[in-house]
Design a protein around this ligand. Structure first.
Ligand SMILES: Nc1ncnc2c1ncn2[C@@H]1O[C@H](COP(=O)(O)OP(=O)(O)OP(=O)(O)O)[C@@H](O)[C@H]1O
Ligand SMILES: [Mg+2]
Length: 394
C-alpha cells in the first residue's frame, strides 16, 4: 500500500544526509590552509591570560567565511582546553540586527536563564562583564553578516564590546570576529575595518573550479554511498558552480543530483541528475541566447547534445564527426576545422558548453573535452531541432 514510500530512507545514494545540512562543519576545510593560518596568527596571543584577538573576514557568497570561523572557534576551544576556558557566541546579525538584539543573544547564549525583557544595552553589557568574571574565561564573539547590524543600528555596540575591559584591572575578556560579504562591508564601513586593525582583515577569494571540485569530492566521500558518484559527475558539478565560485551551490547540486538519482530508483548519479538540478536553481544563468548563434554553430551543438544525452563529455574529435553527421542530415556542406573550432569557442564563451583540456593529454595536441553543465542536453537538442530548419531557410 505504501510502496510509493519505499525509496525514502533506502539510502541508495545518500549514506549520510546530514553531511549536506547547512550547519554541517567538516573536520577539515579543503584548500584553506593558508587562510586558516592567517586567522590563527591573528589570535596567536590568545593562549595567554590577557590575550585577545580581533579579525574581520570578508569574501563573496559561499566562499566559506562562516565555516572558516566556526571551525576555528571549535578548534581553538579544544586546543586550549587545558589553558583557558574559551567560549564562543556566534550571532547572525541577519536575525539580530540591532544593538540590543545582539547583546541579548550573547547574554542568553552564556546564561539561558537570563531575563530577556526590558534590559538596555548598557545593562546587558554589565551582565556580560559579570558573567565573564570567572577565572580564566574568555569569550569570542562572532558577528556574522555584520552588515545587517551596521545598516540598522550602526557600529556603536561593536565599539562597546571592544572596550569591555576598560575601567577594570584585568583585561582579555573578549575577542571579536566580524564577518561580511566583501562589497557590503567595504561600502558601508571602512571605519569599522580600520578600528579593528587593517592587518586583521582577512579577504577570502571565491573558489575556482578546482577548489569547488575538491570540496564536492570531500562531500561525496563523507555523504554518499561509495561508487554512486563517478568523478565525471563531480567535474560537471564544479563546472556548473564555477561562474559563481559558490561552494554552497556546488554542495547543493551534489545533494540535489543524489536525491534525483535515488528518486528514480538508481544507485548511480548520472549527468542528467546534475543538469536537471542546475536548471531549478535560482542562480541558474538560463537566458542562453540559443536563437542568436549562427546556423553552423547550431548544427555543431546539436551533434554534441545528442551525444551528451548519454555521456558526461565529448572530445573535439568526436564533436567534429557528430557535426558531419548532422550536416548530412540537414543537407549542408560542413565547414572546415578552423570554423568548427571558432564556433566551439563561441559556444564556450557564451556558457552554453564548457571546454577543458583532457587531463591525460595536457601539452599534447589540443584535444578538448566538451560538456554542458548548465542545461539539459535533451532540452537543448529539442530546441535546436525546431530552430535549425527555419534558420537554414533564411
Ligand atoms: N574549504 C571548504 N571545505 C569544505 N567545505 C566548505 C569549504 N568552504 C565552504 N564550504 C562549505 O560550503 C558552504 C558555504 O560556506 P559558508 O556558509 O561558510 O559560506 P559564506 O562565505 O559564509 O557564505 P555567505 O556569504 O552566503 O554567508 C558550507 O556548506 C560550507 O560547509
Ligand atoms: Mg556565511
Amino acid at each position: 500500500m505504501s510502496s510509493y514510500l519505499d525509496r525514502i530512507g533506502a539510502g541508495l545514494v545518500l549514506a549520510n544526509p546530514e553531511v549536506f545540512g547547512f550547519d554541517y562543519i567538516p573536520e577539515d576545510l579543503v584548500g584553506r590552509d593558508e587562510i586558516q593560518g592567517q586567522l590563527a596568527s591573528i589570535f596567536s596571543s590568545i593562549a595567554h591570560p590577557e590575550g585577545t584577538g580581533r579579525a574581520v573576514v570578508t569574501g563573496p557568497v559561499g566562499s566559506g567565511k562562516t565555516v572558516l570561523v566556526k571551525r576555528f572557534c571549535i578548534d581553538i576551544e579544544r586546543h586550549l582546553a587545558e589553558k583557558r576556558n574559551i567560549k564562543t557566541v556566534h550571532v547572525n546579525c541577519r536575525n539580530a540586527a540591532t544593538a540590543s538584539r545582539v547583546m541579548q543573544k550573547i547574554v542568553q547564549d552564556l546564561d539561558p536563564g537570563h531575563p530577556d525583557r526590558g534590559l538596555g544595552v548598557g545593562e546587558l553589557l554589565t551582565s556580560l562583564r559579570r558573567m565573564m568574571k570567572g577565572q580564566n574565561s574568555h569569550l569570542i564573539v562572532v558577528l556574522d553578516e555584520v552588515d545587517h547590524l551596521l545598516r540598522q543600528s550602526g557600529d556603536d555596540v561593536i565599539y562597546k564590546l571592544m572596550r569591555i575591559d576598560e575601567d577594570r584591572d584585568k583585561a582579555g575578556t573578549l575577542s571579536l570576529i566580524l564577518i561580511s560579504q566583501e562589497q557590503v562591508l567595504d561600502l558601508l564601513e571602512g571605519a569599522v575595518i580600520s578600528r579593528m586593525g587593517r592587518t586583521n582583515h582577512i579577504r577570502i577569494p571565491p573558489y575556482d573550479e578546482q577548489g569547488l571540485l575538491k570540496i564536492v569530492s570531500q562531500r561525496r566521500d563523507l555523504g554518499l554511498v561509495t561508487g554512486t558518484c563517478p568523478d565525471e559527475i563531480l567535474d560537471l558539478i564544479s563546472q556548473a558552480a564555477a561562474p559563481s565560485g559558490d561552494a554552497r551551490q556546488s554542495i547543493e547540486l551534489l545533494e540535489g543530483a543524489a536525491k534525483r538519482a535515488e528518486a528514480s530508483g538508481r544507485s548511480s548519479i548520472e549527468s542528467k541528475d546534475v543538469q536537471k538540478t542546475v536548471v531549478t536553481m535560482p542562480t541558474n544563468v538560463d537566458s542562453m541566447a540559443l536563437e542568436e548563434i549562427p546556423p553552423h554553430a547550431m548544427l555543431i551543438l546539436l551533434g554534441i547534445c545528442r551525444r551528451l544525452k548519454r555521456q558526461e563529455n565529448v572530445t573535439t574529435g568526436e564533436a567534429e564527426k557528430l557535426y558531419n553527421v548532422v550536416c548530412e542530415e540537414y543537407d549542408q556542406d560542413p565547414k572546415g576545422y578552423t570554423t568548427f573550432w571558432k564556433h566551439i569557442k563561441r559556444l564556450a564563451q557564451e556558457d552554453i558548453v564548457v571546454t577543458r583540456t583532457a587531463k591525460s593529454e595536457v601539452g599534447r595536441g589540443r584535444t578538448q573535452h566538451i560538456s554542458m553543465p548548465h542545461m539539459l542536453p535533451s532540452d537543448v537538442a529539442r530546441r535546436l531541432e525546431t530552430l535549425i530548419p527555419t534558420r537554414l531557410r533564411r
